[in-house]
Design a binder for this molecule. Structure first.
Ligand SMILES: CCCCCCC/C=C/C(=O)SCCNC(=O)CCNC(=O)[C@H](O)C(C)(C)COP(=O)(O)OP(=O)(O)OC[C@H]1O[C@@H](n2cnc3c(N)ncnc32)[C@H](O)[C@@H]1OP(=O)(O)O
Ligand SMILES: NC(=O)C1=CN([C@@H]2O[C@H](COP(=O)(O)OP(=O)(O)OC[C@H]3O[C@@H](n4cnc5c(N)ncnc54)[C@H](OP(=O)(O)O)[C@@H]3O)[C@@H](O)[C@H]2O)C=CC1
Length: 331
């Protein structure tokens, strides 16, 4: 009898714990701003958060892309609004936050996903080119954090996730972004400490490795070719998916991460640990293909979990997803 009772209690509390974290309305009281939410990783984060009940505001420069994503989300039953922003403009950033609070009553989560760079060896890079990428990524992310603090979170609390890039061992051919993203990682630690006492604000980073996403469309064909042929250099034998980045963001914004503050979560399949072993040397990981199937959570639905038509990477990189999905993910 005691054993049966213990089993009942274990099951009951297991279910309670499970529901308390993963229920579909987990974010129903949250208003989430995702910068760069009209494309790629930002779009996927917006979908995931909306599917968990959040009111999502997506913001970037190109309104047409934002409108299309908002329509997708609304068709699936989610709540999504669009607003225009250039994150390099600090005054406009504050205006954006004030508009969100005026319209939606609050801003409880901010995902600083907007950003980017171009590829260039440091020796060929102009001073202006370096400054431009630092301004976009480092200053732009600070502008948004500060605006969120001044416009709402300083008084009411909230949670911020800064998307950076895996750059543990530097970033050859992208010195500007490596410097900017490392700056964001350090800034995140400082803000976590300074702003924690303001109603429990949490600030964390997610550092994607190489991800099959629309962002790759920004690179010329020769760079895409080079990237597409190098997935086996990761210990997982593959690149990551937009869904795998979105899942880590959802986790960090959720109550499950309530005691996580100031961290940089690498979502890179361990590739940052294996850098320094170029092709042809002893660490050839999985030339035959990935042993870790990809998690593709969005687009959602039983039959289209692996229907990847919404992922909008260059063809050569998008095609890799078919290779990665061969073994069904247990997730
Ligand atoms: C093994 C490799 C693995 C690779 C992993 C990749 C991991 C990362 C992936 C991603 O992040 S996905 C991509 C996400 N999205 C983007 O990157 C956005 C694309 N980039 C841009 O939008 C722009 O490049 C920019 C960074 C925003 C800059 O645009 P902006 O209009 O502000 O600058 P410009 O006025 O055009 O130029 C300013 C300055 O920079 C120089 N410059 C611009 N592009 C290049 C280039 N391709 N090569 C060299 N230099 C460039 C430009 O010449 C200007 O300087 P000056 O010439 O005036 O001195
Ligand atoms: N894909 C990958 O392998 C990796 C990506 N990342 C980072 O993840 C983030 C998302 O990347 P991904 O989805 O792949 O790439 P995308 O290029 O698709 O996304 C970048 C987004 O940022 C927005 N953006 C750029 N500049 C500005 C600006 N000045 N103000 C407001 N919005 C801006 C763009 O919208 P718009 O042009 O309309 O303004 C776009 O939606 C980026 O920061 C990227 O650098 C990091 C590591 C790896």
């Amino acid at each position: 009898m005691n054993i049966l009772w213990a089993y009942y209690v274990t099951c009951k509390y297991h279910v309670v714990a499970y529901n308390s974290i993963f229920k579909k309305d987990l974010f129903k009281d949250e208003v989430v701003l995702v910068t760069g939410g009209g494309t790629g990783i930002g779009r996927c984060i917006a979908h995931e958060m909306a599917s968990l009940g959040a009111t999502v505001v997506i913001a970037a420069r190109k309104l047409d892309q934002l409108t299309a994503v908002a329509e997708e989300i609304r068709k699936l039953g989610g709540k999504c609004d669009t607003m225009q922003i250039n994150i390099r403009d600090a005054a406009k950033a504050l205006e954006l936050i004030e508009n969100i609070v005026a319209k939606h009553g609050k801003l409880t989560c901010l995902v600083n996903n907007a950003g980017g760079q171009f590829m260039s060896p440091a020796s060929m890079l102009s001073t202006k080119g370096f400054a431009t990428v630092v301004d976009l990524n480092l200053n732009g992310t600070f502008n948004m954090c500060k605006a969120a603090f001044d416009g709402y979170m300083g008084e009411h609390g909230g949670s911020i996730v800064n998307i950076v890039a895996e750059c543990r061992n530097g970033f050859p051919r992208m010195v500007h972004t490596g410097a900017a993203r490392s700056g964001i990682i350090n800034m995140t630690k400082t803000l976590a400490v300074e702003w924690g006492p303001f109603n429990g604000i949490r600030v964390n980073c997610v550092a994607p490795g190489t991800i099959v996403s629309s962002g790759m469309k920004n690179y010329p064909d020769n760079v895409v070719d080079m990237i597409a042929g190098n997935d086996w250099l990761s210990p997982t034998g593959r690149f990551g998916t937009e869904s795998e980045i979105a899942a880590s963001v959802v986790f960090l914004l959720s109550p499950a991460a309530a005691y996580i503050n100031g961290v940089n979560l690498a979502v890179d399949g361990g590739s940052s640990l294996s850098k320094g072993f170029p092709e042809g040397q002893d660490l050839a990981f999985n030339p035959e293909g990935s042993l870790m199937p990809a998690y593709v959570g969005w687009p959602e639905g039983k039959d289209n979990v692996h229907n990847l038509k919404h992922v909008d990477a260059p063809q050569k990189i998008n095609d890799l997803l078919n290779k990665y999905k061969k073994k069904k993910s247990k997730l």
